[in-house]
Ligand binder design. Structure first.
Ligand SMILES: Cc1cc2nc3c(=O)[nH]c(=O)nc-3n(C[C@H](O)[C@H](O)[C@H](O)COP(=O)(O)O)c2cc1C
Length: 164
C-alpha cells in the first residue's frame, strides 16, 4: 500500500474532526507515586460485561512509559468549566499537577476533583494501534456528576453543548 501523503493525513485528520467527542484527562502514578496525566479524546467505551473502556496514547507521548508500567489508571471526563485544565494537560513541559486539585481513587490513580465523571481502571490489555498504543482498562470504580455539561471537542476546537 502506498504511503499516505501529507495531504491525505490532513484530510484524514479533518474528517476525524467531524466526529465530536468529549474531552478527558487520563491519569496514573509514576514509580515514585507522583501523578502523571495528559489530555485525550480517544476515549471509548468497549464492553459492558466485563466493564471495559479504552484510550489511545501516542507513542511519542512522554507519559507513555509510565502508563505502560502502571497497573491502574483513571479517565477523568471534563465538564465545560474545565477547558483550562484540558489545555494545561495538553501543553508540553507544563507543571500540570501544581495547581490541579486531585485525590487518590480507590486504586490510587489520581482523580481530578470535580470532573464530570471519573473511571478508575486496572490495566486489562494493551494493543498495537499504529503510532498509538491502545490501552484497555477494566473499570473498577466510577463517579459522576448528574448536573454539569460536558466539554466537547469538534473540528479541532473546544465546544459547548447547545441544547434545543
Ligand atoms: C483535545 C485533545 C485531545 C487529545 N487526545 C489525545 C489522545 O487521545 N491521545 C494522546 O496520546 N494525545 C492526545 N492529545 C495530545 C496530548 O494531550 C499532548 O500531546 C500532551 O502534551 C501529551 O503529554 P505527554 O507528552 O507529557 O504525555 C490530545 C490533545 C488535545 C488538545
Amino acid at each position: 500500500m502506498p504511503e499516505p501523503t501529507e495531504f491525505d493525513h490532513r484530510r484524514f485528520r479533518n474528517a476525524l474532526g467531524c466526529f465530536g467527542t468529549g474531552v478527558t484527562i487520563v491519569t496514573t502514578l509514576d514509580a515514585d507515586g507522583a501523578p502523571v496525566g495528559l489530555t485525550a479524546n480517544s476515549f471509548t467505551s468497549v464492553s459492558l460485561d466485563p466493564e471495559l473502556l479504552l484510550v489511545c496514547l501516542n507513542r511519542q507521548s512522554k507519559s507513555l512509559p509510565v502508563f505502560e508500567a502502571a497497573e491502574t489508571f483513571a479517565v477523568n471526563v471534563l465538564h465545560v468549566e474545565q477547558k483550562e485544565l484540558a489545555q494545561l494537560f495538553a501543553m508540553a513541559a507544563a507543571d500540570r499537577f501544581r495547581d490541579t486539585i486531585w485525590e487518590s481513587g480507590s486504586t490510587g490513580a489520581p482523580i481530578i476533583t470535580g470532573s464530570l465523571a471519573s473511571f478508575e481502571c486496572s490495566t486489562y490489555a494493551e494493543y498495537d494501534g499504529g503510532d498509538h498504543l491502545i490501552m484497555v482498562g477494566r473499570v473498577v470504580d466510577v463517579r459522576f456528576d448528574d448536573e454539569s455539561d460536558p466539554l466537547l471537542y469538534y473540528r479541532g476546537a473546544y465546544r459547548e453543548l447547545h441544547l434545543d
